[in-house]
Design a binder for this molecule. Structure first.
Ligand code: PLP
Length: 500
């Protein structure tokens, strides 16, 4: 006899109650710092540079969808895609199995035959980017046969030095700008978007490290760039347009790997700001290259499944098996999407915690400024403990959803970055370098240049990328950090610096 649905529902809710009880016991240290059930941190316990922050709700969501056993991207995925796009105020968000896959899709989309010849990214075309950062922001440019033009960065913001833009432009060859908002610090959107509008270039924002960062621009400047609305959910500032990063360009990408602002384990998303065509192309590339757009388990969404005549296929060939791109399969599981949906509800609280942790560390470490320098958001000229940031005269400002707290050891410091990170390490404080540092010095790029000398271009010295590679390190700002953990980090760093 098969069980009736109410007995199944009752059994499932019992399992979920037990799941919640288990998670409250097993995962208490993963809770947010503000959660009363978070256990006290004891001196000597390690403090990672990042950690997944969740409670029993995420675990229940994962178990519930696992019991349903749909597995492939389905109801949870559709809901999460809608919720993420609404949160950001973009037209579409498409889930992927990683941020790297999202970058691959975003850049590959520009090569589609569905894009006009003038705008299409063809083999040998140029894409302007920076040398300092994460490798999979730029790898898809090369993987698609285009040529990255590696510009230098501003060492304070870890973002593009915009003074090099004009000279990097090559008429007829430059098709796109691809940049990450490094460590949660928005790049100079006013300059970059202006440059892209001037030369009709695509702008892809790698927003993997910056979910929740915002950029404000005076209304007249924004309107000149064709931007007329602030993002939904942001406090209006009269006279300014304020938008989330990841919503200014054509396409943006997210990573939901655990150190990022929210997690689904492995995972990511491509956000399509406006264009329905780009959405179709990205979705096709993500889903095997197919022309059909039916979700998993659905047939004939187009109502003419056996009526199409495409390519040189016979009339009526099954649309489900018709391929308009050389695609991939880069979808996550529905279980991951279910976790992501819960995490998204916590995102505002996570963003606020990252900001307040950064401020706490900045104030606490101010006395170390003789030998250490600290990141500044784009458009900030200085910082003071009482007034916070001072801004340049562009009228543009940024509010960072910090991925980490970046510290650079000054050239005249009596210790090296290695001395400093060794001290952090022996004190149990997790740290990371600025991802791949100057990427062109990585073995992958050195070997590439030997094999294919024309595969990327470095038009000018990468002096500041080298500074980040040689002297920078970052520690965490994630929402699981309690004030006692932050106090310990401050105390350890201060005592190290004061010893010199
Ligand atoms: C700027 C940036 N882009 C892309 C990625 C890749 O994301 P994922 O690890 O989800 O592939 C990362 C990873 O941390 C990143 O920092």
């Amino acid at each position: 006899m098969s069980p009736n649905s109410s007995s199944l529902e009752a059994l499932k809710s019992h399992i979920l109650e037990l799941t919640a009880e288990y998670s409250r016991l097993a995962h208490s240290s993963n809770r947010a710092a503000t959660d009363p059930l978070k256990p006290t941190w004891n001196k000597g316990d390690p403090i990672p540079y990042a950690a997944r922050v969740f409670n029993e709700d995420e675990v229940k969501a994962a178990v519930s969808t696992t019991l349903d056993f749909w597995l492939t991207l389905g109801h949870e995925g559709t809901c999460f895609e809608g919720e993420l796009s609404s949160f950001l105020g973009v037209r579409h968000s498409l889930l992927t199995n990683s941020g790297s896959s999202a970058n691959l899709l975003a850049i590959t989309a520009l090569t589609s035959s569905k894009i006009s010849q003038k705008k299409r990214l063809n083999k040998g075309d140029h894409v302007i980017t920076v040398a300092a950062g994460f490798p999979t922001t730029v790898a898809p440019i090369i993987q698609n046969g285009a040529i990255p033009i590696f510009l230098d960065v501003n060492p304070k913001t870890a973002n593009i030095d915009t003074t090099q833009l004009e000279s990097a432009y090559c008429p007829g060859k430059t098709k796109a700008v691809v940049l990450a908002h490094g460590l949660g610090i928005p790049f100079n959107i006013y300059e970059i978007l202006g440059f892209c509008r001037k030369y009709d270039l695509w702008l892809i924002e790698d927003n993997c490290d910056a979910l929740g960062s915002t950029y404000s621009m005076p209304v007249d400047l924004a309107n000149k760039l064709g931007v007329f609305n602030s993002s939904p959910g942001l406090k209006p500032q009269p006279g300014y347009i304020t938008r989330w990063t990841g919503t200014w360009g054509d396409i943006s990408t997210q990573s939901f790997y655990p150190p990022h602002h929210m997690t689904m384990g492995e995972g990511g998303a491509v956000n399509i700001v406006q264009s329905n065509l780009l959405k179709k192309v990205v979705e096709s590339l993500r889903d095997w290259g197919r022309d059909c757009w039916c979700p998993s388990g659905v047939d004939n969404s187009c109502s003419k499944r056996f009526d199409w005549s495409l390519g040189q296929l016979p009339q009526g060939y099954d649309h489900k098996y018709t391929y308009s791109h050389l695609g991939y399969n880069l979808k996550p599981l529905d279980i991951q999407a279910a976790i992501g949906r819960i995490q998204l509800t916590r995102l505002p609280e996570f963003i606020a915690a990252r900001r307040s942790n950064w401020d706490y560390l900045r104030k606490g470490l101010n006395s170390c400024s003789e030998f250490l320098s600290f990141a500044l958001p784009t458009h900030a000229t200085a910082w003071s403990p009482d007034a916070g940031f001072f801004w340049d005269d562009t009228g543009c400002t940024t509010d960072c959803s910090w991925f980490g707290f970046m510290i650079t050891v000054k050239p005249d410091a009596p210790f090296t970055r290695t001395d400093f990170v060794r001290h952090l390490d022996t004190s149990g404080i997790g740290s990371r370098m600025f991802f791949g540092g100057n990427l062109v010095k990585q073995p992958a790029f050195v070997n590439l240049a030997l094999q294919y000398p024309d595969s990327f271009i470095v038009p000018a010295a990468l002096t500041s990328s080298d500074i980040l590679m040689n002297s920078a390190v970052f520690i965490g700002t994630y929402p699981g950090l309690t004030s006692s953990m932050l106090d310990y980090e401050i105390e350890q760093i201060k005592s190290f610096v004061e010893a010199y």
